[in-house]
Design a protein. Structure first.
Length: 375
């Protein structure tokens, strides 16, 4: 059978799940350079950092009485900061359905060495039974499985009234999915996912209940400097006004502001979510007509619209050749599944990805599949 090679290539072949594709039309020349070379403690520096915080809260609809801050070490630093500061006051339930949730469970049990811990896990492509969760305990979970292509569909499983705190790693969900802020007490994410920002900086959002815990409970373990959220026994409010714990990259902050401004210009959160949903639909239509391809998440209601994970009817060696062929042809970069996940493909479908590029990429995917299958 003739395997006709496509001619047109995606304008942007970047489909990595982190760092993710830059926004359409992005240029380094478009970044504001006035703050570069200035101290992050200067009036200008703090103002630009505070602007990132304010725009984030506005676009995401974060409640006014929640505090939002820029913290070190991307989403990993933010979620570790939340766990090290907040956990230990009561039992903990951990929800795991992909590699990062598993990592947080290991940190809770092996590093913090908490004793009263329940871990509810599911295989890649599935969710555990969320009705088992005891919200008298603190609950730690990812909202979207970046490595599994599975998301929590909504916040209905979280009660309005609960004794424990809900601590949510939402890094590949924020800006692309509905987040029930009032049911979450600590939420973390990074700049590098849905808005395609640069790495190394995380965002930490705390509810009044989380702040109360911070001010009334002191963990028994030593606290590294970059994790310290208290000052004189109270929340260090300066962190949430643009005065970061350690030196941030002002260039990365300008890049994030550029992405936030782009998000506002296209219609804000509703359009960001629409773009991600449209991108998922492009892949869904393709999978429906190609029997050699399927979603790792079989249940459509829990299928991620950002990190889309697929299984491919190919042995491992041929799958690796397919991934390399796609890269060599500049049709798609960085599409192999996560190293701990089942063999397959993973395409980032967040808001910075253009549906037209996905359509073209999938033509190349069909060609590449047929090419390696003939070997």
């Amino acid at each position: 059978m003739l395997n006709k090679k496509p001619i047109v290539k995606p304008k942007n072949p970047c489909f990595s799940s982190g760092p993710c594709a830059k926004r359409p039309g992005f240029s380094l020349c478009g970044l504001n350079e006035t703050v570069l070379g200035r101290s992050h403690r200067s009036t200008l520096g703090k103002a630009r950092l505070l602007e990132s915080i304010s725009k984030t809260k506005e676009i995401l609809g974060i409640p006014d009485n929640y505090v939002t801050g820029i913290v070190p070490a991307s989403d990993t630093g933010a979620i570790e900061m939340a766990m090290w500061n907040l956990l230990g006051a009561r039992g903990v339930d951990v929800i795991c359905f992909e590699s990062f949730g598993i990592s947080w469970a290991k940190d809770i049990t092996k590093e913090l060495k908490l004793q009263n811990v329940n871990v509810y896990s599911a295989d890649y492509g599935e969710l555990p039974d969320l009705s088992q969760i005891n919200f008298n305990n603190d609950v730690v979970f990812t909202w979207n499985g970046t490595t599994s292509g599975v998301k929590i569909p909504d916040g209905e499983f979280i009660p309005e009234i609960r004794d424990g705190l809900t601590i949510c790693d939402a890094t590949s969900a924020v800006f692309a999915m509905d987040i029930p802020w009032k049911k979450l007490d600590a939420v973390t994410f990074s700049w590098q996912k849905v808005l395609g920002g640069e790495g190394a900086h995380g965002m930490l959002v705390l509810s009044p209940r989380a702040v109360e815990r911070l001010e009334n409970y002191k963990p028994s373990w030593p606290m590294p400097k970059i994790f310290r959220l208290r000052k004189d026994g109270k929340l260090n409010a300066d962190i949430f006004k643009g005065s970061t714990i350690n030196t941030p990259s002002m260039l990365c902050n300008e890049d994030y502001l550029d992405a936030l401004n782009w998000a506002e210009s296209i219609g804000g959160l509703p359009e960001l979510k629409n773009r991600s949903a449209r991108n998922l639909h492009v892949i869904e239509r393709f999978v429906e007509t190609h029997e050699w391809l399927d979603f790792l998440a079989k249940d459509k209601s829990i299928r991620s619209n950002t990190s889309v994970c697929l299984t491919v009817n190919l042995p491992s060696d041929k799958l690796k050749k397919l991934v390399k062929l796609m890269e060599d042809e500049q049709a798609a970069y960085d599409i192999a599944s996560y190293r701990d996940a089942p063999d397959g493909l993973r395409f980032w479908c967040g808001a910075t990805v253009e549906a037209a590029d996905l359509e073209i990429m999938l033509q190349w995917l069909e060609w590449a599949y047929n090419e390696v299958n003939l070997l």
